[in-house]
Design a protein around this ligand. Structure first.
Ligand SMILES: Cc1ncc(C[n+]2csc(CCOP(=O)(O)OP(=O)(O)O)c2C)c(N)n1
Length: 514
């Protein structure tokens, strides 16, 4: 056994079963180990931003880390933006990066770089593994670090000689660290405050928005009437019919302020206080109403689900939530294709328990509004604001949940960042329907011009937001990358194409000419 084999076997021993890779020479022994060690599914990605975004999608849905395999500093640097998104989502990821052999670094060969420097800002744990005998235990520690509550990016940098030198054995899985238990005194205190009659909102995030956490929050709502809220970009939420209803905080700061007006106390469960996405001249960044008290039930590394359950019990809440979302499907629209008619068709025709890898950007408002009352689904948005995440996220989600339909509604601008993900969808035959909103524009930035105080927008400035010249042809892009594609210009065409995609398994792309 060599160091690479001991590392890969350790990943498998620790429950890592998928690896999103774009390797090079320094990772050749790791690649070879994928043949000799069974149990780690390698998925080739043609750009590192696809690999890291896919690891994020996988981790969010599976609740456990996938591995990446990246080529030295430049490979890691290509993947940084989606590691940033994954960090914001607190997704567990074991980020494996190859490096030159230890003795080669002194020569400063071309691909030598500060890998640790690239890794640190996005990682919760970074380690350079420079000896084959330590590679296995380092890998076990990396998995433990990635799984540590609330989840993080553990970057393990493996020297080429540590990969090819002889190793002794693989390591076994280490115990998870956390989540930490919330102090019972905190729960009693919050129960008292919630019984005070003050206008209360609970801001939920992480596991509080899924499964048992969401159910417990529903009980608390039934008992106290507290509003249940989630962030605009809550990384992982279970929504739709039958689920406990959660209100999503709006995007723009002044909307947030109006939305929260009158709130006297806000209970934070794995979340931070709401702030505006960007600063704008003469507009507040801090969106918590004046005088509103902020109270932490659980910090992100703490067990918010148990805390919610204990709080519900302490309050004497009913065993079940009394308010659940009632299914309300829109009628199929006819005529013009726009973000509303696309949303109505998606909501109407998507089957139960689909996963939305959502980067719909300016089209998101009608989509989220219609999906809120549609069939039960999982929602995975752009968690860190770095566009080019939706397509890779869909890849990871589809691999983590092969029996569920994945829908990827995506702005055309953001999709151009990581369009190589389509190739991986085709190669792995993933059940993903991508909808490209072909508005030929970085539309959101048109609003932002005015919001930041730019008053005159000339031709050069406008051309920076315009994607008409030349027009991207998403049908050709998708079919060139192996994905069956079609184009819709009316609601009827879109509905027919989407209905057929929902009936079929495998990757499809629809270019919606909105
Ligand atoms: C990595 C990164 N680069 C640039 C931006 C700035 N940005 C935000 S939205 C956007 C345009 C998005 O266009 P598209 O996906 O077509 O959505 P639309 O605004 O048209 O709805 C850009 C460039 C960003 N958020 N992240």
């Amino acid at each position: 056994m060599n160091g690479a084999q001991s590392l890969v076997q350790t990943l498998v021993n620790c429950g890592v079963d998928t690896c999103f890779a774009n390797p090079g020479t320094s990772e050749m022994h790791l690649v070879a180990a994928l043949d000799t060690v069974k149990g780690l599914r390698p998925v080739l990605c043609l750009f590192e931003g696809v690999a890291t975004g896919a690891a994020d999608g996988y981790g969010r849905v599976a609740g456990k880390p996938a591995a990446t395999l990246l080529h030295l500093g430049p490979g890691l640097a290509n993947g940084l933006a989606n590691l940033h998104n994954a960090r914001r989502a607190a997704t567990p990821v074991v980020n494996v990066v190859g490096d030159h052999a230890t003795y080669h670094l002194q020569y400063d060969a071309l691909l030598t770089s500060d890998i640790v420097g690239f890794a640190c800002p996005v990682s919760s744990w970074v380690h350079e593994s420079k000896s084959a005998t330590l590679a296995a235990s380092d890998a076990a520690r990396a998995v433990q670090a990635a799984r540590s509550a609330p989840g993080g990016i553990a970057t393990l940098i493996l020297s080429a000689d540590a990969a090819w030198d002889p190793a002794e054995r693989a390591a076994e899985r280490l115990a998870d660290i956390g989540p930490a238990v919330v102090n019972p005194g905190t729960i009693e205190d919050i129960a008292r405050r919630m019984s005070s009659g003050r206008k209360t909102a609970m801001l939920l995030r992480g596991r509080a928005l899924i499964g048992d956490g969401l159910e417990a929050a529903g009980r608390i709502h039934a008992s106290t009437g507290a509003r249940l809220l989630c962030d605009t970009f809550a990384p992982h939420a279970e929504m739709g019919a039958g689920r406990v209803a959660v209100e999503r905080i709006p995007y723009f700061g002044e909307q947030v302020t109006a939305f929260l007006a009158g709130t006297e106390q806000m209970i934070l469960v794995g979340s931070k206080p709401p702030v505006s996405f960007f600063a704008y001249p003469n507009k507040p960044s801090w969106c918590v109403p004046d005088g509103c008290e902020l109270i932490y039930l659980a910090h992100p590394h703490e067990d918010g689900v148990s805390a919610l359950r204990s709080l519900a019990d302490t309050l004497g809440a009913p065993k079940e939530s009394s308010t659940r979302v009632v299914l309300q499907l829109p009628d199929l629209p006819t005529g013009s294709l726009n973000s509303l008619s696309v949303a109505q068709i998606i909501a109407r025709l998507t089957p139960d328990h689909a996963i939305y890898a959502d980067e719909s950007n300016t089209a998101s408002l009608p989509l989220l509004m219609t999906l809120a009352r549609a069939r039960p689904h999982t929602h995975l948005p752009l968690a860190g604001g770095s566009i080019g995440q939706g397509l890779p996220l869909a890849v990871g989600a589809a691999l983590a949940a092969p029996d569920r339909k994945v829908v990827c509604p995506h702005g055309d601008g953001g999709a151009a960042y990581t369009m190589q993900a389509l190739w991986t969808m085709a190669r792995e035959k993933l059940d993903i329907t991508t909808v490209i909103y072909a508005n030929r524009s970085y539309a959101i930035l048109n609003y932002e011009f005015y919001r930041v105080g730019v008053t005159t927008v000339g031709e050069s400035a406008k051309s920076m937001l315009d994607l008409h010249n030349p027009e991207m042809n998403w049908m050709q892009i998708a079919s060139g990358l192996g994905v069956e594609a079609s184009r819709a210009t009316t609601a009827e065409e879109f509905a027919a194409q989407y209905a057929s995609a929902m009936k079929q398994r495998g990757p499809r792309l629809i270019e919606a000419m909105i």
